[in-house]
Design a protein around this ligand. Structure first.
Ligand code: SF4
Length: 61
């Protein structure tokens, strides 16, 4: 509705791995299809888990 927009920090997004079964932001956004995966930054599930562990100083669940 205006000039304000938000950008997901790819260094911190784990696609919700470690927290939820699916990307939560995609589920709660009222406009379907507006939050999409970055085609220039594909990450495997293993890479997302590694990021989760690094961000939370945790072991894999
Ligand atoms: S809600 Fe999940 S998928 Fe969305 S930006 Fe945050 S970590 Fe990434």
């Amino acid at each position: 509705m205006g000039d304000v927009f938000y950008q997901i920090d790819t260094e911190r997004c784990t696609e919700c791995i470690g927290h939820y079964e699916a990307p939560t932001c995609q589920q709660v956004c009222p406009i379907a299809g507006t939050i999409i995966s970055d085609p220039h930054n594909p990450e495997s599930e293993e890479q997302l888990w590694d990021k989760f562990v690094q961000l939370h100083h945790a072991d894999k669940i």
